[in-house]
Design a protein around this ligand. Structure first.
Ligand SMILES: [Zn+2]
Length: 184
């Protein structure tokens, strides 16, 4: 299993800040002053059909990462891969078997099968998720406020989850070369 941090935060500072950071920093105003708090999002996967995503929040950066990692491990799902691209039809599991979409907040993401060699044509943070799931080629389309990385990542995860929810016919399983997660 390997894991990766999603850049959900933003550094503060002059010139508008704006550099992407792994820790999302928020503050609570109290009688004693500002109490900062940190949130992290971790993706975990075996690059072979298993993927999990977790969100953790704490007063310390390291603790929030540990919480997120633990949540990600509890959240692991098995996804289906295959070749659903009509331009390709190679029956190897390099992409997804059919188009799916996922939603979180205002963000909607559509993932479509792509022919071999097209790569992951998705937003940077979604690319991390798909790569850890073991998908090499995908086309995508997003709608809504995709700058909210947390929602974008959750939508992407929801889309991958829905891959496993559809009922499959035996002939489709063969013609699309669908396989489910492989334990490594
Ligand atoms: Zn193919």
């Amino acid at each position: 299993m390997s894991s990766d941090l999603l850049l959900i935060g933003q550094s503060k500072g002059k010139f508008g800040g704006g550099q992407r950071r792994a820790f999302k920093q928020t503050q609570k105003k109290t009688a004693e002053g500002n109490k900062p708090s940190f949130a992290t999002m971790v993706v975990i996967g075996n690059r072979n059909g298993y993927i999990g995503i977790g969100y953790g929040k704490s007063k310390e950066t390291v603790l929030s990462r540990e919480k997120a990692t633990r949540n990600a491990k509890l959240n692991i799902i098995k996804i289906r891969r295959g070749c659903g691209s009509w331009q390709c039809g190679c029956r190897t599991p390099h992409t997804i078997p059919f188009s799916v979409s996922g939603k979180c907040g205002s963000v909607v993401i559509q993932l479509r099968p792509a022919p071999k060699g097209s790569g992951l044509r998705v937003a940077e943070e979604c690319r991390k998720i798909l790569a850890l799931a073991g998908i090499n080629d995908v086309w995508s389309k997003t709608f809504g406020q995709t700058r909210t990385t947390i929602n974008l990542a959750s939508a992407c995860f929801a889309a991958l989850k829905s891959l496993g929810e559809r009922k499959l016919q035996v002939e489709n399983t063969e013609s699309l070369g669908i396989i489910e997660g492989v334990k490594t």
